[in-house]
Design a binder for this molecule. Structure first.
Ligand SMILES: [Zn+2]
Length: 188
């Protein structure tokens, strides 16, 4: 079969890989898996790296990666660092007026922190939510448009949690993963 030796970066080249939703950075997958297994210290280290990289290139995923880093640090027994990351993530969302994500993600953090036994940190996040006073509409879960499919609980590409009340929809059938940006469709 003929191969063009002059262009080693053909279809499988760098750009192809970057744009392929099936090729998420293994480090993100690993971070979510560590978190899910309660290995918060290791998960935090990876989420921190990912968050810093995403912030540098102004990626839409940056705030959610900071929030994961924060949740992991709190649960790893480093609440002060954790709160600073949570704050960073929430501030990026507020600065971009991504109010639904701000409110719904904040609510989720409050619930998870309470459930995990960190009421003081939960209260802190609750206070940010109250002080920011996002528009009323953002405080409602995303309206269930007719025909929108039920989404999987986790992103099939990176293993990140999928929150149907906060997720951005790319079209009627497809949502965007908060953590890796991959298109997510119904499992059915
Ligand atoms: Zn994902």
């Amino acid at each position: 079969m003929w191969r063009n030796r002059r262009s080693p970066r053909g279809r499988g080249g760098l750009m192809g890989r970057m744009l392929d939703p099936f090729q998420q950075p293994p480090i993100l997958k690993e971070a979510h898996a560590l978190y899910d297994h309660g290995r918060f210290n290791e998960a935090a280290g990876l989420f921190e790296k990912l968050a810093a990289g995403a912030r540098q290139r102004m990626g839409r995923q940056a705030p959610f990666l900071f929030i994961m880093a924060g949740m992991a640090r709190v649960q790893a027994g480093q609440p002060a660092v954790g709160i600073s990351y949570l704050n960073e993530g929430m501030q990026i969302l507020a600065a971009a007026s991504r109010w639904r994500a701000f409110w719904q993600t904040g609510q989720r953090c409050v619930a998870e922190l309470n459930q995990a036994g960190y009421p003081a940190e939960a209260q802190q996040v609750e206070a940010w939510l109250q002080n920011a006073r996002p528009p009323q509409a953002a405080q409602m879960p995303a309206p269930a448009a007719p025909g929108r499919p039920a989404l999987p609980l986790k992103c099939p590409f990176c293993g990140g949690g999928v929150d149907p009340s906060a997720v951005d929809w790319l079209d009627e059938q497809t949502a965007e993963c908060d953590y890796c940006g991959s298109p997510i469709r119904s499992e059915a």
